[in-house]
Design a protein around this ligand. Structure first.
Ligand code: PLP
Length: 397
């Protein structure tokens, strides 16, 4: 008899043979500046926990208190019996923080993009997408019945070309949605959202920005990319983000008009059909928003460390690409070299993973570092020394 599951072992075997399988590291404790990784105390240098909030006492206390007062789970999806006061309070405070009319929280950023995008556009519509957008956007677009067009990465002139072509489309598109990451996570560059917003306005298109890596990082007090470019909600109608990165917890969200939020929660299948956050999650997210408002030093320190690290690394002679954010790629060339550098850094006490083909071009393999505000100056110096030592040993420098 033929085994109907043989493909499982075969395809996994192919990944292992090509060294494209994920070898999972295990954290034996919190994600903190010095984390226990596979039993070894190591400097965390690649988490998305930019501000160190995942282990902040205010977030932990808020989560514990919510468990005491509201229990471990929410009991349902939000539209039926799982909408707690803590969910509503989180959205009210997030909207205030974002200076938007309203906000809506989803279970994750992935659930936001895959649930909302296919409701915003459908048959007879066009989605115009940056070629390097995140996979959750790509899946959201795939779930819609809209036509798709891709513009060159962060290239407003190419976007303009696509929009002009779209104007001559017959029959005319019902709606056009421009969608882009705010900060691109592989290179750390920022989308030209000011130009994109102006083009959206000129062509009557909606603009949707996924600011997963910009929140807690860019803009006034870490308010994100819309604040960074001083744009209005009439120009960028959907500001999407996540609580899983700088906010240190988990959950997706959108901010914009009350009309957007009313539409989104009544239509998004991921929101309607999937259980709501446990109260501890909502309470910890709320505490994260409050910490950002109350303790501006985290964002400030993140940028101080970032500037110092980038300068030291480029002075040493590393190729650190075109990043404008606390994501600093250290580009070394071929994949095996990036893997060896990561391995050597780990031995020296620094945890930073390689990003290799097919995530980036074959000759642009890199270590992707992400700065963390919770590090001390000595920690940053430690990382720089480890990169220098490993870089010299492997003849990258
Ligand atoms: C991480 C990320 C997401 C997914 O967010 P989660 O809340 O972790 O599901 C979506 N978009 C971008 C650009 C991201 O970097």
């Amino acid at each position: 008899m033929r085994d109907p599951t043989s493909f499982l072992r075969n395809e996994y075997g192919d990944l292992v043979a090509a060294e494209l399988d994920w070898k999972l590291r295990v954290l034996g404790g919190p994600s903190s500046p010095w984390s226990m990784i596979d039993g070894k105390k190591t400097l965390m240098f690649c988490s998305n926990n930019y501000l160190g909030l995942s282990n902040h006492p205010a977030l932990k206390e808020a989560a514990l208190e919510a468990i005491r007062t509201h229990g471990a789970g929410s009991g349902s999806v939000r539209p039926i019996a799982g909408n707690m006061d803590v969910h509503m309070e989180l959205e009210r405070r997030l909207a205030q923080f974002k200076k938007a009319e309203a906000s809506l929280v989803y279970q994750s950023g992935f659930a936001t993009n895959s649930g909302l995008i296919p409701q915003l556009v459908g048959e007879g519509d066009l989605v115009v997408s940056d070629e390097l957008n995140h996979g959750s956007i790509i899946d959201g677009v795939r779930l819609s019945r809209a036509e798709r067009a891709v513009y060159k990465h962060a290239d407003a002139a190419d976007l303009e070309r696509v929009l002009e072509e779209a104007e001559h489309h017959s029959p005319a598109y019902r709606r056009i949605l421009i969608i882009t990451d705010g900060v691109f996570s592989m290179d750390g560059d920022i989308a030209p959202l000011d130009k994109i917003a102006a083009l959206g306005t000129r062509h009557g298109a909606m603009v949707y920005v996924d600011d997963a890596h910009g929140e807690g990082v860019l803009g006034e007090g870490g308010r994100g990319i819309v604040s960074h470019f001083h744009l209005s909600r009439d120009e960028v109608q959907v500001e999407m983000g996540t609580f899983s990165k700088a906010f240190g917890v988990v959950g997706g969200h959108i901010s914009g008009s009350r009309d957007l939020v009313n539409f989104a929660y009544n239509k998004s299948r991921t929101w309607l059909l999937s259980g709501s956050h446990p109260p501890a999650v909502a309470a910890a997210c709320l505490a994260a928003v409050e910490v950002l408002e109350r303790e501006p030093e985290h964002v400030r320190r993140l940028w101080e460390h970032t500037r110092r690290f980038k300068k030291a690394m480029s002075d040493l002679g590393f190729d650190i690409g075109r990043s404008e954010t606390p994501i600093t790629p250290v580009i070394v060339g071929e994949s095996p070299l990036a893997r060896r550098l990561s391995q050597r850094l780990f031995e020296l006490g620094v945890f930073a993973l390689p990003i290799v083909f097919p995530m980036v071009a074959k000759d642009r393999a890199r270590i992707r570092t992400i700065m963390n505000a919770a590090l001390t100056e000595d920690d940053v110096s430690f990382a720089i020394s480890a990169f220098e030592k490993a870089g010299k040993e492997l003849r990258i420098l």
